[in-house]
Design a protein around this ligand. Structure first.
Ligand code: SF4
Ligand code: SF4
Length: 412
């Protein structure tokens, strides 16, 4: 691995599921004993820890490490994780196939597979059916247990209606190709309410809930709307990218002084465990140690005590003092000229929050490891990325800010 790739993979790691009965593969039944905590959804028992396939392990070339992914899926299944969440666009379109490959040896009734209709990519009516069929093929399955309309914001909701996505998915439910239908939401509480009111057969909703977004991004209001509508909640971004797993030194000290054995991520999950109505929490785990730490947390999942809540509040207040850019590294903002937005913002946050301990030297060296065409100064301010960012970040303005600061630090 060359230096540039090594650094880039480190950045991504820091930032940061399948075949049917009747198939020709030999199915395996999971051996679960003392597994992770579960919730009830209809007559199903769902693992509270969901395996998120938006971030999968990659090799030195940035390609999904299939062998490691299969190993991690096996560890997950043996720990009782039975909810696997992928999407058409995750990992540059490679996630669904990777999860299909990893899950196909297991009994299809022993896990739940979820994927999503990428309504942001629809350009004509035929795309809906074409994409759905492609997803079945990529995932090597004859049905999806949970299926979502993906990333609803104002624009994507218009596309959902324009291309008759809901009637199409209802038909797929009748055909047995989808068991449960819901959507993921990335906009205001007002739009969330409008979407819930539009269709009374939604069965669940996926929301971005974590301690940072609870107030900052009106997460609490969205949670309350879902609860009032009696929709089970799937939590996405429980660690806000990896921000809540990589706290700054001041915040880390507060948590470690209180409990030296608990990871920052475990505090974030235990904060969520105090909320009612959560079906599962999705975690994108790029390394086996992330998975192992999460399994440890979910095997004995306890909400934070009152005293722990106070400690956590204090730690996050210390962390927020240095938060620079609220990017979750979802990578929805693919840039046509190749600017590597997520890596740039991740580097900048690591520098500002001093999570690497390498200061400005580390920032300059990591930034210069990006290819020239991936750097912030190559942004032509077309604004396309802004329309795709679920966090509604003013990406071109933030890139200009990072570029200015880098040039000042590097004397460039
Ligand atoms: S505004 Fe800049 S970063 Fe965003 S898509 Fe356009 S060129 Fe890329
Ligand atoms: S800038 Fe926005 S769209 Fe891009 S990776 Fe960050 S949160 Fe996602």
């Amino acid at each position: 691995m060359n230096r540039r790739d090594f650094i880039k993979n480190s950045i991504l790691a820091a930032s940061g599921a399948v075949l049917l009965s009747g198939c020709t593969f030999k199915s395996q039944t999971p051996a679960v004993s003392g597994g992770v905590a579960t919730s009830k959804f209809k007559n199903l028992s769902i693992s509270m820890l969901g395996f998120g396939a938006m971030r999968l392990p990659v090799d030195s070339n940035g390609v999904i490490d299939d062998a490691l992914n299969k190993k991690m899926v096996e560890t997950a299944i043996n720990a009782g994780i039975n909810y696997f969440d992928t999407a058409y666009m995750y990992m540059g379109g490679k996630s669904e196939k990777a999860m299909g490959d990893a899950l196909k040896k297991y009994d299809r009734n022993s896990f739940n597979l979820t994927t999503k209709m990428p309504v942001m990519m629809l350009e004509k009516q035929e795309d809906v059916e074409r994409i759905f069929n492609e997803q079945l093929e990529r995932c090597q399955t004859d049905h999806f247990d949970f299926y979502l309309v993906h990333c609803l914001n104002k624009h994507n909701w218009e596309n959902t209606k324009k291309y008759n996505v809901i009637p199409f998915l209802e038909q797929k439910k009748k055909e047995g190709k989808i068991k449960y239908l819901g959507f993921s939401h990335h906009d205001t509480p007002e739009l969330l309410q409008e979407i819930i009111d539009y269709y009374d057969k939604w069965e669940f909703v996926q929301l971005q809930i974590n301690k940072i977004d609870w107030k900052a991004c009106r997460g609490e209001e969205q949670y309350n709307i879902a609860r009032k509508a009696k929709l089970p909640i799937i939590v996405m971004e429980p660690l806000r990218g990896s921000a809540l797993a990589n706290l700054n030194p001041a915040a880390t000290k507060i948590l470690k002084d209180y409990n030296p054995d608990a990871s920052a991520a475990s505090w974030a999950f235990r904060w969520l465990a105090g909320l009612d109505g959560i079906m599962t929490m999705l975690s994108g785990m790029t390394k086996p140690e992330h998975l192992e730490d999460n399994i440890k947390t979910f095997k004995n999942l306890k909400p934070l005590s009152e005293e722990e809540q106070k400690v956590y509040d204090k730690a996050l207040a210390a962390h927020m003092k240095t938060l620079a850019i609220g990017c979750t590294a979802c990578r929805y903002c693919e840039c046509p000229v190749g600017v590597d937005i997520a890596s740039i913002f991740s580097l900048y946050n690591q520098y500002k929050q001093d999570t690497t301990g390498m200061g400005k030297v580390g920032f300059i060296s990591h930034y210069e490891a990006l290819r020239e065409n991936e750097r912030a100064d190559k942004c032509i301010k077309c604004g396309l990325c802004k329309t795709k960012c679920p966090q509604q970040l003013d990406i071109p303005a933030l890139l200009a800010k990072v570029d200015k600061e880098y040039k000042a630090l590097a004397g460039a």
